[in-house]
Design a protein around this ligand. Structure first.
Ligand code: SF4
Ligand code: MG
Length: 283
């Protein structure tokens, strides 16, 4: 069984010192080892942005795709090879702006993959512009008088799109983040894990201290039931989307690929499928 160090490679991340993405990378590597994966059994597909570099920093199959298109690629990879565990990743700009159409439909399609968004509420790679996750009034180079658009709530959108797994965490809470990624990897369907991952260089508002003050950890609510869809939606709205933990999980709905006729059932080897297909063709 691979250790988390075996999911490291010798490429040195070029994120700014203190960037939250370092912890997300460490959490992915730990979670992959903890659920018993091998590097050759994992594919990490990313979009464009600082966080998109992560596919080059994990020892696994990887593809650094194009802006906003991590999910179409990741879904294709999973459908082409169901034996692979697939992680898609990127930033809030990548997934919730240019890629939002793909995000919504990937959620409702429910192909078995784990989507990890590093949400720093700004565009970091292009040196600090307002993203759909930036707060109203947020001043950047693109909104010098403050953003006048409303802030997008990915958790509410994911709920209404029929998500079967929604979690949120904070890059500083490596223990919680690792556990949630493990849960996402074990979930049979599409898992959205939104991670508050501060951009220390360009976002001087949503800092580590700001997140620590504003995050509402679901551990505070021992009676919270993540299988209750209405309770999940209420809690997201009550906390203005700042809650962390496992927010919602529906284990009843099957993954997309397990419902497609012609796809092999779980546990059936490729060879068995081709034999069966050959036999069928000879009939
Ligand atoms: Fe991280 Fe921001 Fe630096 Fe990009 S610019 S590497 S998001 S700290
Ligand atoms: Mg961003």
């Amino acid at each position: 069984m691979a250790t988390f160090k075996e999911f490291r490679n010798n490429v040195k991340p070029n994120w700014c010192p203190g960037c939250g993405d370092f912890s997300v990378q460490a959490a992915i590597q730990r979670a992959a080892a903890n659920v018993g994966l091998e590097p050759e059994g994992l594919a990490v597909i990313s979009g464009i942005g600082c966080s998109g570099r992560i596919s080059g920093y994990v020892n696994a199959y990887g593809l650094h795709g194009i802006h906003g298109r991590a999910l179409p690629i990741a879904q294709g990879v999973k459908l082409a090879n169901r034996e692979l565990t697939v992680i898609a990743s990127g930033g809030d700009g990548d997934g919730f702006a240019i890629g939002m159409g793909h995000t919504v439909h990937a959620i409702r399609r429910n192909i078995d993959l784990t989507y990890i968004v590093m949400d720093n509420q700004i565009y970091g790679l292009t040196k600090g512009q307002t993203s759909p996750r930036s707060a109203e009034g947020f001043k950047t180079k693109s909104t010098p008088e403050g953003s006048i658009e409303s802030t997008l709530s990915p958790l509410e959108i994911a709920m209404s799109a029929g998500a079967t797994f929604i979690a949120q965490s904070f890059s500083s809470d490596l223990k919680q983040l690792t556990a949630l990624i493990e849960a996402g990897l074990n979930h049979k369907g599409f898992s959205l894990i939104n991670v508050f991952s501060p951009c220390v260089t360009f976002n001087k508002v949503n800092t580590y201290d700001w997140f620590k003050e504003n995050i509402v950890n679901l551990d505070q609510f021992p009676d919270y039931d993540p299988t209750n869809r209405i309770a999940a939606m209420n809690k997201i709205m009550e906390t203005n989307g700042m809650l962390t933990g496992l927010i919602y999980q529906n284990k009843e709905r099957q993954a997309y690929e397990s419902m497609i006729s012609g796809f092999k059932p779980e546990g059936l080897a490729n060879q068995e499928l081709s034999l069966s297909q050959n036999q069928f063709d000879k009939l």
